[in-house]
Design a binder for this molecule. Sequence first.
Ligand SMILES: [Zn+2]
Length: 243
Amino acid sequence: MKKKQDKSTPKYPIVWKKKDFSIKIFCSIPNIATGILLTAAENHFVIDPGDGILRDLSKELGVESLKKISHIFVTHGHHDHLGGVWSLLTYLRVMNKTSRLKIYYPVGCIEIESIYQAFTKVYANDLPYKIELKKISSGKNFSVKNVKVKPFAVLHKEFLPNKKNKRIVPALGFNFTYGGKTICYGGDTGYCDSLVKAANGADLAVLEAGHKDAVDDDMHMTIEEAHFIGKSANKYVLVHIPE
Ligand SMILES: [Zn+2]
């Protein structure tokens, strides 16, 4: 039976566009997948390539534009934010991508490093393009092509194997600025000051509300918290809401 869509559940894809700066959120469902495409003029950037990203990018861009993708941003190592990396990398190999691909990820995110190591081992003699890993940390701003990127630390946790205690996950949010407009994407996070600051005055804030109900556990925000932060931006959308 098909699940009834709750009013608070966003309908994907979510698209925001100002002139030639846009973001398309193909999906963002906790524990399933996230997949986001950022476009600034002729440049495309992939954010949080969860499962299904290859299907969505392929449909959206076609082979040639997909091969030109040069930058991927990963907010943290959870499977629903990077589960599509292997298939994307393999597809680009099969399609004979030759230009360099840079993957930006938070310091301490061993998942991306492990995927990279395994991938470059499997295709050691058969990889037509170069992959460059770029560890990033909060406050160290940089530019990629025509976009300014401001990474900021967020507050995200995961359960330890005992299912009771939690540990902090290396996790970042990003502010992307192009053409005088800023998009703030918080990734997965509990309510935190850095996100409050980053979202304030942004032209668009993409905010997770992973907890439908009020749970104070520093893993995700509640709908109320996300709305509260969102109101400080010019516009905001809530994502990562449990379905
Ligand atoms: Zn997460």
